[in-house]
Design a protein around this ligand. Structure first.
Ligand code: PCA
Length: 328
């Protein structure tokens, strides 16, 4: 991180948190780093959120969105918020499952594969996840799912016999595990760097939604997309807890209203765009199909062991989420 990228020193942050937003008659200006492309729906919704916050707080909180990892790279956003370098930002929640396995609740293969099921799972996970994040100095404002995750390759794949030794772009520990189980060699790369990784041969396969393949124009390098629909991971917009606690109740309520509305519209957008992305990949020459039965059976078997491993890592908390989900 360069000094010019630093939004606020600890002192500035303390001043931000010191009182009601309008106490001195000035708006608080908040820089909001986001990890994904400006044209991506998560980023567009982030801008809508910022507009709503400005409106509902009568201009007291003025958020500037910085998409595409331009202010902080995806991997650095959470820490930047926790340490007060920026007051607010957005990140893929399961990107932190390496430090906090609970945050991989939405990354369990084939457990919740529709928007409805994913929302049910979030309702089951939400309280314990938010409690954990609060302990990490973060307040979650809204979350929003990506479309279902499928595999991108540069050739036809009918089973793991075809995936051995491929260089695989992962975006978190679960995707790396999935790749290893399929005999591939994972390397973690941000979506913002994906096109370059494919162009230079650093990666030749990955798992993601149609959305990220479309954003990154991966048809320039890859030929096949298998829909699979293994899970729908969520991004979340979080605010530094000290900053949040320093806001008066009306300002908090106004921001939360904006967040609730944006969470709902972002989820609807994600669902609405799912087929648009598949069509876009196909129109640009990719084969977009379901995975064949042999490959799918292998993925399901790997997925089951990954869920077991997650339960072992998260103990009672993880089991309680899955129990609550099953009971709904
Ligand atoms: N796109 C993000 C995460 C999940 C998704 O669909 C990515 O590939 O980084």
């Amino acid at each position: 991180m360069t000094p010019t990228k630093t939004f606020a020193t600890a002192t500035a942050l303390a001043a931000l948190a010191a009182g009601p937003a309008l106490a001195d008659g000035h708006a608080q200006t908040w820089d909001m780093p986001m990890a994904y492309a400006a044209s991506n729906f998560h980023s567009e919704q982030g801008v809508i959120f910022a507009d709503k916050v400005r409106e509902y707080t009568d201009g007291a909180i003025d958020i500037t969105v910085h998409p595409g990892g331009s202010l902080f790279g995806g991997g650095d956003i959470k820490r930047a918020i926790q340490t007060g370098q920026v007051p607010i930002g957005e990140r893929l929640m399961s990107g932190h499952a390496n430090e906090t396995p609970l945050l991989g609740w939405d990354n369990l293969p084939f457990v919740a594969t529709s928007y409805e099921a994913n929302e049910k799972l979030w309702q089951a996970a939400k309280d314990v996840v938010n409690e954990e994040l609060a302990a990490q100095q973060l307040v979650t404002l809204y979350t929003c799912p990506w479309p279902g995750q499928g595999f991108y390759f540069n050739k036809e794949v009918t089973s793991s016999a075809d995936t051995q030794g491929l260089k695989f772009r992962s975006y978190n520990t679960a995707t790396a595990t999935f790749a290893e189980e399929l005999g591939m060699v994972p390397v973690q790369i941000e979506a913002a760097e994906l096109s370059q990784a494919l162009a230079t041969g650093v990666a030749e396969a990955f798992i993601s939604s149609g959305s990220t393949g479309y954003d990154r124009k991966v048809w320039e390098h890859l030929s096949h997309y298998y829909k699979v629909n293994a899970w729908l991971p969520r991004n979340y917009v979080m605010v530094n807890k000290t900053v949040w606690d320093g806001l008066d109740a009306d300002t908090q309520a106004a921001i939360q209203r904006a967040a609730d509305e944006t969470g709902a519209s972002c989820l609807a957008k994600s669902e609405e765009l799912t087929n648009f992305y598949f069509d876009g990949l196909a129109e640009n020459g990719m084969e977009v199909t379901d995975a064949g039965p042999e490959f799918l059976a292998e993925l399901e078997a790997i997925g089951a062991t990954m869920t077991e491993a997650w339960l072992a890592d998260t103990g009672e908390a993880g089991q309680a989420i899955l129990d609550a989900y099953a009971a709904e």
